[in-house]
Write a protein that binds this ligand. Structure first.
Ligand code: TRP
Length: 345
């Protein structure tokens, strides 16, 4: 069976974009067809200015929402990255395989650090090395496939390069993974800025539908979505991005096709109303399940504890063999007598 790994970064509240573009696919497709791991990648949330209490809260919320979205711990492994030491252990080894030039070429790094420098600020070193940690996330589990959005394709490409380079220099250790972009997943754009993705941590708040938004808030945001000048409802991503986004959201929620849906509407108002209703209906069961899970925090903690234990058991041998391959001296095993003594103690 194929192994799948993906992660969500707790830098903001999860959005409709995260759900329609990722979580729903993980729950409906990936966990059934593959041996899959889904991880709240909290270490990645420390690469930018952060508030410790907020990261902690968002991590717990993201994990709860993964379960609320339908990830079933009987079928897949759900866990928090920092609960498994192997990520950080492997990340360092991969830093010894990657070059600084390669890191500085990453588009996301160039954009974020460029913006920061314009403001006279600085960025954390971890923002530069973050793709290496991401590579470690993936390689530690021998994942074959990494379902991600287009914006992460370059990081998965880097992961492949590092895996191949390590294998060539130090002997076959890692599975070389590939990025997958599920065809059915919607690429949800910001409702106020329909040419940029609906990210959880960006500036256009009113254009972001959060998974936990109340129905009336969802309706308000969708009804206020920017559309384009023009009167007919047509599906044209290039010329009419606002409209196309609404049509794609509606299609993703109802299982239709954006082109066909466009023909069914005579006005923007009617389209917005139906889109708002469809989003509310899609979120309803997720929110209900989220409420149940919040009422049972002990259950969620147990799921994460078991998930981390399973993940650790998978990653440990891979990372240990990378340590050996790269030339680190293995620690001597505990003498048998001590092991017996420790067991009875
Ligand atoms: N970098 C990803 C993002 O910003 C999150 C992530 C971290 C990830 N590690 C991963 C995704 C490993 C897939 C696999 O969305």
């Amino acid at each position: 069976m194929k192994r799948v790994f993906s992660g969500v970064k707790p830098t903001g509240h999860l959005t409709l974009g995260n759900y329609l573009g990722a979580l729903r696919q993980w729950a409906e497709v990936d966990q059934h067809r593959a041996d899959s791991l889904f991880c709240v990648v909290d270490l990645h949330a420390l690469t930018v200015e952060h508030d410790p209490a907020r990261v902690r809260r968002l991590s717990r919320q993201a994990a709860t929402l993964l379960l609320a979205a339908g990830l079933d711990p009987q079928l897949c492994t759900v866990f928090v990255q920092s609960h498994v030491d192997e990520h950080a252990r492997l990340s360092y080894l991969l830093e010894c395989v990657a070059t600084d030039g390669e890191m500085r070429r990453m588009i996301q790094y160039k954009e974020k650090s460029g913006r920061e420098r314009e403001r006279g600020g600085s960025v954390r070193l971890s923002l530069l090395t973050y793709p290496v940690l991401m590579a470690a996330d993936i390689l530690a589990y021998g994942a074959d496939e990494v379902p991600v959005g287009d914006d992460q394709a370059q990081h998965v490409e880097l992961t492949r390069d590092l895996a191949v380079r390590f294998n060539q220099r130090y002997g076959h250790t890692f599975v070389v993974p590939k990025a997958t972009h599920p065809a059915v997943a919607a690429r949800v754009m910001n409702l106020q800025e329909p040419t940029s993705k609906m990210g959880k941590s960006d500036a256009f708040g009113p254009g972001i539908v959060y998974l936990l938004d109340e129905p009336d808030v969802v309706r308000k945001k969708v009804m206020r979505a920017v559309t384009d000048s023009g009167l007919e409802v047509v599906y044209d991503r290039g010329e009419r991005p606002g409209l196309a986004n609404l049509l794609e959201i509606l299609a993703a929620c109802t299982g239709g096709e954006p082109e066909a849906l466009a023909g069914a509407y005579g006005s923007y108002g009617a389209l917005k109303k139906d889109t708002a209703d469809a989003v509310v209906e899609v979120l309803r069961p997720v929110q209900a399940r989220h409420r149940e899970l919040c009422a049972d925090p002990v259950h969620v903690e147990a799921v994460l504890r078991d998930g981390a234990a399973k993940a650790r058991a998978m990653a440990r041998p891979v990372v240990d063999s990378a340590y050996r391959a790269i030339g680190l001296l293995p620690p001597a095993p505990e003498p048998v007598a001590d092991r017996v003594l420790n067991a009875v103690r």
